[in-house]
Design a protein around this ligand. Sequence first.
Ligand code: PXP
Length: 240
Amino acid sequence: MALLNVNIDHVATIRQARRADEPDPVWAAVQCELAGANGITVHLRKDRRHICDRDVRVLKETVACKFNLEMGMDAEMVKIAEQIRPDQVTLVPENRAELTTEGGLDCVGQLKRLDEVVTRMHKKGIRVSTFIIADEKQILASAETGCDAVELHTGQYANATTDAQIERRLNELRDGRDIALAAGLVVHAGHGLTYRNIKPVARIENLGEFNIGHSIIARAVLVGMRQAVEEMNKLIAHPF
Ligand code: PXP
């Protein structure tokens, strides 16, 4: 069974909507861990639109399970990772205007930079995973540069609408897994996974971990709504 890393970026998105101090992603990380999450994932973006530097620092001190930092490969982020030393970095492409990470990292096109980043991360004892589409060239480039793992992009699977499309995307993920395992890589998967579409992916054998964010945070808002309203109503009803 694959392990579950919960991506808590969108707890910080709610906080940043008001530039307030709640909800604190650090508190959310504790709740995830108590509920059985195997890892906590955050994406420190260049524009700091949700997770900020303080979150990464405090999470590093408080997360007891695996701490996975998603980031681009630019100089600033590499420096931060060296200072923070998460258990793992997942290298992602980053585009300022995007709503969420679009497409996979071009490991082939950025082979030299990837090689440098992997070397620097390994010097600090940080494992490296690349977020890529399930393409043989990208997988082999990740292996060639010494990455420990690849995270196969499940976005196209998540967006598939017909049975044939879904099966095609699952086959791509299975083929990618086989190539990656043969190259000695650990295989992760993530992006766009939900309560509705997780099962077929969870049936793929030998996947190490899933990174799931939006769907879990969205569910948490709704399953917690009744209690939140009840608690506020109690305070209003008993103000003294
Ligand atoms: N994996 C990676 C590399 C991501 O960039 C993201 C989104 O931040 C996720 C997984 C989680 O995607 P989602 O929020 O759609 O579950």
